[in-house]
Design a protein around this ligand. Structure first.
Ligand code: ADX
Length: 205
């Protein structure tokens, strides 16, 4: 935005705050940010954790990379610049969801460490949980649920993560899972236990 426009935009303080909404809903509003290769199980796991939390009366929402690219980010492709912009916009969206008191679960490859760290910094301290879905390329490729690895190997898709585009592994994620070795319900339970153990689902905080 040109600086001249910026100076005419004033931040409006909400009357009902994030803390008010958290107290009303009875749980903290945080981001569970799943990251990993395509086919590593991010989306499956995000939906499974959401199911568990929803059953417990939590307010939740899953943001899935493929889905958001149909609408909000339909103008973006997979070049490095477009991926940066994809994650920048999504991090802002996640911020809005947490401000609204919702536990948001995201399933974006989010291959660049710097972008994930920027998303972390955009949220209040302690509100961002990086969940690394560690799954070998061989297993992702064998699963190939959308047939995209095959197309990437055949050169029909360029800039494909893991094949012709990089994936920067998290160095210190809050939760690290072996999604190529562990069943999704077991991994989902670990995440749920993590939230319980760290007091995120307490009704009186
Ligand atoms: S990200 O890298 O910008 O975070 P995002 O999660 O939004 O990616 O989208 C990834 C999904 O888009 C993949 O799960 C896959 O279904 C699809 N896709 C299409 N082309 C590519 C590509 N070149 N690289 C990775 N994923 C792709």
């Amino acid at each position: 935005m040109p600086p001249a426009h910026k100076k005419n935009i004033i931040w409006h303080q909400p009357v009902v705050t994030k803390q008010d909404r958290e107290a009303l809903f009875g749980h903290r509003a945080v981001a569970l940010w799943f990251t990993g290769l395509s086919g590593s199980g991010k989306s499956t796991l995000a939906h499974e954790v959401e199911r568990i939390l929803h059953q417990r009366g939590c307010h939740t929402f899953v943001l899935d990379g493929d889905n958001v690219r149909h609408g909000l980010n339909s103008d973006l492709g997979f070049s490095p610049q477009d991926r940066v912009e994809n994650i920048r916009r999504l991090a802002e969206l996640v911020r809005l969801f947490t401000d609204a008191g919702v536990i948001v679960l995201t399933a974006f490859i989010s291959p660049y460490r710097a972008d994930r760290e920027r998303a972390r910094r955009l949220l209040a301290p302690g509100d961002f949980f990086e969940i690394y879905c560690r799954c070998s390329l061989a297993v992702c490729e064998q699963r190939d649920p959308k047939g995209l690895y095959k197309k990437a190997r055949a050169g029909l898709i360029t800039d494909f993560t893991g094949i012709s585009a990089p994936y920067e592994k998290p160095t210190s994620p809050e939760i690290r899972l072996r999604t190529d070795e562990e069943e999704p319900d077991k991994s989902a339970d670990k995440i749920f236990q993590y939230l319980v153990n760290n007091g995120f689902l307490e009704t009186n905080f």
